[in-house]
Write a protein that binds this ligand. Sequence first.
Ligand SMILES: *Cc1c(COP(=O)(O)O)cnc(C)c1O
Length: 217
Amino acid sequence: MSIAQNLKTIKESLPEHVKLVAISKTKSIEQIMEAYNAGQRIFGENKVQEMEQKYPELPKDIEWHMVGHLQRNKVKDLAPFVSMIHAVDSLRLLNRIDREAGRNKRIINCLLQIKIAEEESKFGLDPEEAVELLKSKEVQKLKNIHIAGLMGMATFTDDENQISQEFEVLKNLYDSLKDEYNFTTLSMGMSGDYELAIKKGSTMVRVGSAIFGEREY
Ligand SMILES: *Cc1c(COP(=O)(O)O)cnc(C)c1O
């Protein structure tokens, strides 16, 4: 199947309120253009350097999302153009994003990454830490970021029950905060589990290999 066909099939299966982020990491400009020409406008990368290299080569109406773990010293490289940063997990990172967004006279959308997987290696905040962060005066005074919602990654497993439970934890937290903080975005679901994620209330799925094919490193 071609990229355009994959994209079409996936888009047709998505409810109206769910946004699709095409994860284009390791994929070429030509492959991204194939998705672009098929109508896709939101693309996500997980490495700053790769996004920075692709950005100038591609049309300017693309909305770029950083979905990977982001180091503070790299924020300045993305701040001029990045639309949303999905994996924010500390006040120090939020502060830096705010500062660099301000320098570029921009507002950058952020999602707080919540730790829902059982794996130790996954980044993210515990639910209590996320609530504390949202409530803090320091965060509330930041003018150049907009915290639009939450993001999470389920455990890498075949056990659908487990994945389902983890998504449910995230959805419950999202619902408990949504009204108070005007959340619009719950980013959960990847190629292997986006259908389940949507059933569990996702509003934004991050799909790579199901669009572009398996990645070769
Ligand atoms: C790579 C990646 C994805 C997409 O993974 P696929 O399984 O190829 O769909 C989604 N989210 C993050 C954070 C990623 O790094």
